[in-house]
Design a protein around this ligand. Structure first.
Ligand code: ZN
Ligand code: ZN
Length: 230
């Protein structure tokens, strides 16, 4: 499901190509692999879910990701996120749309980005998750809501915290705009982010949407850290 693209250089190998990512690079770095349907972790075999999700299922009903977070996607994502290249959302949305087509999950009613805390948004100038969410929604003919879910705290310093601490650190990090709760009552939603590492942020955001009345939440991310560790 590629969108039309003016001839240019492949974002990964810089070859001249008629797509944002050339077919060689997509075959080499973007080939789909078996993943846990629930959390998108790579699995050795095509099984429905990983051991962790069987023991302790996340609040989201399914997770879809396009690629593993690592070479060369880490560079493309860093350019997208930290170097002002918001237009790379269109490039990164392509492989994710392909992964969504393969996953064939139940259709959602709306697409939401994981919000950024206001100071970070001010610093970056755009929310990379929103740039992705609105393009995915447009391609799928769905509404996108950029400000329904809001960030209340700046929980920037998650790295280095043990897993249980990380989850506790995030409690209360999100809220649903109380005036707009009816936009999600009983609805199936998709929550979009660029990268899922431990999944702690996406778990907390999904849980908050469910508490506010959403019927279900799917998680759509470009890249998943294959071995997030603890
Ligand atoms: Zn290439
Ligand atoms: Zn899993």
């Amino acid at each position: 499901m590629r969108r039309p693209f003016m001839p240019g250089q492949c974002e990964i190998c810089r070859q001249w190509t008629s797509a944002a990512l050339c077919t060689d690079c997509m075959a080499r770095f973007g080939a789909p692999r078996p993943r846990c349907r629930r959390c998108a972790l790579p699995l050795g075999l095509a099984a429905a879910a990983c051991g962790e999700c069987l023991r302790q299922p996340p609040p989201f009903e399914a997770a879809v990701c396009a690629v593993d977070y690592g070479f060369p996607w880490d560079r493309v994502i860093a350019d997208f996120k930290f170097h002002g290249r918001s237009e790379l959302a269109g490039v990164l949305a392509g492989p994710l749309l392909d992964a969504l087509a393969v996953a064939a999950l139940p259709r959602v009613a709306a697409v939401l980005p994981v919000p950024l805390a206001p100071p970070r948004l001010a610093e970056r100038g755009y929310n990379q998750a929103w740039e992705l969410a609105r393009r995915l929604a447009a391609a799928l003919g769905l509404p996108a809501h950029g400000d329904l879910l809001q960030r209340t705290l700046d929980t920037a310093h998650q790295a280095g915290l043990p897993r249980t601490e990380r989850q506790r650190n995030l409690a209360g990090a999100f809220m649903v705009d109380p005036r707009r709760r009816n936009a999600l009552q009983g609805r199936a939603l998709a929550l979009v982010d660029d990268v899922m590492t431990t999944g702690a942020t996406l778990r907390e955001a999904a849980a908050q949407l469910l508490r506010a009345g959403a019927a279900s939440v799917q998680v759509w991310v470009v890249a998943r850290t294959p071995t997030p560790g603890d």
